[in-house]
Write a protein that binds this ligand. Structure first.
Ligand code: AGP
Length: 610
């Protein structure tokens, strides 16, 4: 869940490393550090806090080194502090490493090393790995070999970079479970956790696979396995531009990404909507079309916001394609020995394509014989490469930790998938056409909602001082209630819960009083009247109600305290529109509390550890 980067080339490494760290800060931001080679010695600078703290620390020092490694941290072992920050030295001070992942057997390794007289001064698993590599280096006097020997004793996950003062013209990188990408520039090379840190120098990349390593020096690189077998390489191209990972004049990436949704929803439809014949074209699933036609059950598994999208997917696919769907938390699915039947198809949904639990769930399902397909944003990510086939959502890079545009693009793609499967199973052309046409109207409808940003901000202002909040919805809008609550929780730290509206009567209604706003998604559909009754029940207990309602609904404004109108659309597409005001509500609630909206405390953008 950290971000790591290594550089070798003609330029001053420190500038490339710091730019790369800033582009990866969303991966973890509780401490950071760099190590470079100055006068044949490794120099390490590291600091607790945001990368700006490290910038202060190194300001005024002119590091000339053309080689270096760096790290931005999301702590797993040992609290955020200057000492626990990476890089870590081995005992000789000749080797420094940065690491993203968890060394699960670090306690055992530590005990062995201490018995051999080595010293370990921090509670981190990574320092143990550094000392272990140093111990191997003492024997073999070769960094590449020492790293392989050390990794052969390691259990757990790693994205690792190591450098050695006795081999000043190279660094070594290796991965298992955590992402690593090699960027090939002109006479320079960058290895990093993701493309965002590499695009500053090049778009030509190689995605390292599990148990692969690369030895990089000024003149080139050698890829191999960590057991020293040769490997094939495939050079690919980063599909987005550097400008797409800039704020583009917005205060925060989250607000920029909220405003990108008309375009990103359009991108999720490009070349897929066949509105003339009511069909959907999903080229990424062509190779498995026959298996999809025979599918007896679909399991969708994911984490966080992607899991909320999966819940909407369940409603969509069951109603349009009449295939039973089960939605699973990936972290539970991977350990509960789930029953996988013949003709079962498992979809894994992930924005980053690197979430450890979702990746493990995909591997578990594959191992049990299921056809595993991906719905992913990050092109070339591990989950995209691990799955048999899939659908890219084309939302572009999402930097804000709170997922926004990826969610609406996931829902857009899931709707297309449901129509695609439905048309295979008797959904008629007219229904297909109606839905395709309704999808085409979404970008303009989202734009209309974004133009009501000021009204939504005012409602967020009226929530100042709120400590708790309840989100309620029915049917397709129940997962939207969950998503609205998650957005508020993760960026404003206000406690919030999402519930199916009717479920409120079975407990949460006890929480209702004038101090707790209740956000209802109450758009026009066949259960609208039921939602209105639920609103009445809250009002009867002095609850304050904010409603997301369909344009033209004059009745509701007489019942609720605040109403945000969204354009009318078909019920199954409402989640894509109804979530936009909830994204903005949480954004302004967090802003009102003076919080860093893009980098909320304790979180990180892609969760690459268990
Ligand atoms: C959502 O705002 C959070 N960042 C988090 O819940 C996220 O959705 C979850 O970690 C899954 O990430 P993924 O889609 O990249 O797999």
């Amino acid at each position: 869940m950290c971000g790591i980067i290594g550089y070798i080339g003609e330029k001053k490494a420190v500038n490339i490393l710091m730019t790369g760290l800033k582009m990866m800060e969303y991966r973890g931001y509780d401490s950071s550090g760099i190590s470079v080679l100055e006068d044949d010695k490794i120099v390490i600078k590291k600091k607790k806090g945001k990368i700006s703290e490290l910038e202060h620390e190194i300001a005024g020092t002119d590091f000339l080194s053309n080689i270096g490694i760096a790290h931005t941290r999301w702590a797993t072992h040992g609290e955020p502090s200057d000492e626990n920050a990476h890089p870590h030295f081995d005992n000789s001070g000749k080797i420094s490493i940065v690491h993203n992942g968890i060394i699960e057997n670090y306690q055992t390794l530590k005990t062995t090393l201490e018995k051999e007289g080595y010293k370990i001064s921090t509670p981190t698993d990574t320092e143990v790995l550094a000392v272990l590599i140093g111990a191997k280096y003492d024997i073999v006097k070769n960094l590449d070999h020492a790293v392989r020997l050390a990794l052969s004793e390691v259990e757990g996950t790693f994205g690792l970079l190591a450098m050695c003062s006795e081999e000043p013209d190279k660094f070594v990188a290796a991965r298992r479970g955590s992402p690593l990408v090699l960027g090939i520039g002109d006479d320079e090379y960058i290895v990093a956790s993701d493309n965002a840190a590499i695009i500053q120098a090049t778009k030509r990349v190689i995605y390292l696979r599990d148990n692969e390593m690369v030895v990089v020096d000024k003149d080139g690189f050698i890829t191999k396995t960590i057991t020293n077998e040769s490997t094939k390489i495939k050079v690919e191209e980063i599909e987005y531009n550097e400008s797409e990972i800039q704020k583009g004049g917005y205060d925060y990436f989250m607000l920029k990404e909220i405003h990108e949704q008309p375009e990103t929803v359009r991108n999720a439809c490009r070349g897929r909507l066949m509105s003339n014949d009511g069909n959907i074209k999903l080229g990424g699933l062509h190779s498995v079309e026959d298996k999809l036609r025979k599918a007896k059950r679909i399991i969708i598994t994911a984490c966080g916001t992607s899991w909320h999208a999966a819940l909407v997917g369940e409603y969509l696919i069951e109603s349009m394609a009449k295939i039973p769907v089960e939605v699973e938390y990936a972290s539970e699915f991977r350990y509960r020995d789930a029953i996988i039947e013949k003709d079962d198809i498992v979809f894994v949904i992930s924005q980053s394509g690197e979430t450890a639990d979702t990746l493990a769930a995909a591997k578990e399902a594959k191992q049990k014989g299921a056809l595993v397909l991906g719905i992913v944003n990050a092109v070339g990510s591990t989950i995209a490469r691990e799955t048999e086939a899939g659908i890219y959502i084309h939302a572009g890079p999402e930097i804000g930790v709170a997922s926004t545009k990826a969610f609406t693009s996931q829902l857009t793609v899931l709707t297309q998938l449901a129509i695609y499967l439905g048309r295979m199973r008797g959904m008629n052309q007219l229904d297909g056409k109606k839905l395709a046409t309704a999808i085409e109207q979404l970008p303009d409808q989202i734009q209309q909602i974004l133009e009501r940003e000021e009204d939504i901000k005012k409602i967020a202002d009226s929530m100042k001082g709120v400590k708790n909040c309840l989100y309620l919805g029915r049917g397709y809008n129940y997962p939207v209630a969950l998503e609205g609550a998650l957005k508020l929780k993760e960026i404003s730290y206000i406690h919030a819960e999402g519930y199916p509206a009717a479920e409120m009567k079975h407990g949460p209604i006890a929480l209702i009083d004038e101090d707790m706003p209740v956000v209802f998604i109450a758009t026009h559909d066949e259960i609208y009247d039921k939602v209105i009754s639920n609103i009445e029940e809250v009002k009867a207990r002095n609850g304050k109600v904010i409603a997301i309602a369909s344009e033209g609904d004059e009745q509701i404004k007489n019942i609720v305290d605040k109403v945000i109108y969204i354009p009318e659309t078909v019920p199954c597409l409402t989640p894509i529109l109804a979530v936009i005001p909830l994204q903005l509500l949480s954004y302004y609630a967090a802003l009102n509390l003076g919080l860093d909206v893009d980098k909320p405390r304790n979180l990180a953008k892609s969760v690459t550890v268990e």
